[in-house]
Design a protein around this ligand. Structure first.
Ligand code: AMP
Length: 289
């Protein structure tokens, strides 16, 4: 496996890869890789002749600089994981390499980029679009792999590729969320939890999962309130928002019959720091119907 820090070196290599007729899979990450990322990398390795994992802690998508400062940085271990998963290339540029001049482009794709995470983290999806578009221009992948863990991000990235005219060039591959055995969604930020916080965090998915049954004979509003109450009842957990939305538009759903694709999206503050955890649950999924 080769590790590149410079765009020109990666591009020279990928020129040869394409000349051999190989397709290229890109897995964009911010590092501190875990089994969630590994599932994306392994899938890309299976589906492409060459896989590039980008490891870049993108400052432009952090509206909270404290969050950026705390974010775990583990490049050496990340490279080992990529190699073990069969990736051929890691692209780990510096901030200066990715942004030789400040990125002044502004992306907004309402409603997908303006609701929920878009509303609570101003500028977050703009930064995501800046870095993902640059990665697409640099790597020109046939496929790019994104996790349903960041469920809203996928909806925004799909709008982005359509906007920049890449929808025919790059296929966005959506990969299922990977959880720990107790249900907590795997996340790089989980390593920042104290043992006490880690012990209460699984209550988030527990409440979401239980609400799927509850929803069968309760209204959207009742289901919403039950999830929020169940989670807030746990000392150390504090729901920032829980929204039950249409899976495509991401707009609020008022009745279960309003849509054939209904998802509940949640953000919870855990502990004293506090660490911000996101999760979601599908109430109606056209894929499984
Ligand atoms: P990040 O490094 O957090 O930006 O994540 C990079 C990619 O890995 C994103 O597409 C995430 O959605 C995906 N990812 C992160 N955690 C998980 C998980 N637990 N299951 C599946 N995909 C994940």
């Amino acid at each position: 496996m080769k590790v590149f820090k410079k765009i020109v070196d990666l591009q020279n290599e990928l020129f040869l890869v394409r000349k051999e007729g190989k397709e290229i899979g890109l897995v964009p990450t911010m590092g501190a890789l875990h089994e969630g990322h590994a599932s994306l990398i392994k899938r890309s390795v299976k589906e492409n002749g060459a896989t590039v994992v980008s490891v870049f802690l993108n400052p432009t998508q952090f509206n909270d600089k404290g969050d950026l400062g705390r974010y775990p940085r583990t490049l050496e271990a990340d490279c080992k994981l990529c190699e073990a998963c069969g990736a051929q290339y890691v692209f780990a540029p510096s901030v200066e390499e990715m942004y030789p001049t400040p990125d002044t482009r502004h992306f907004e794709f309402p409603p997908q980029s303006t609701v929920m995470e878009g509303a609570k983290r101003p500028g977050h999806f703009n930064g995501v679009c800046q870095v993902v578009s640059r990665l697409f221009y640099i790597v020109k992948p046939n496929r790019a792999y994104f996790g349903e863990k960041d469920w809203q991000q996928i909806a925004v990235v799909k709008r982005l590729v359509n906007y920049i005219g890449y929808d025919r060039l790059v296929h966005i591959v959506e990969c299922p969320i990977v959880r720990d055995e107790d249900g907590l969604a795997k996340s790089s930020r989980n390593t920042l939890l104290t043992p006490e916080e880690r012990a209460i965090a699984p209550n988030i998915y527990k409440a979401l999962k239980a609400s799927v049954d509850y929803a069968k004979d309760h209204t959207v509003a009742e289901t919403h309130d039950k999830v929020v109450a169940d989670i807030n009842a746990i000392d150390g957990l504090d729901v920032e928002y829980f929204e039950i939305v249409d899976g495509n538009t991401l707009l609020d759903v008022n009745n279960w019959n309003d849509s054939g694709y209904v998802v509940g999206c949640i953000t919870v503050y855990c502990g004293h720091t506090p660490i911000r955890l996101i999760d979601h649950v599908k109430y109606k999924d056209p894929e499984t119907k």
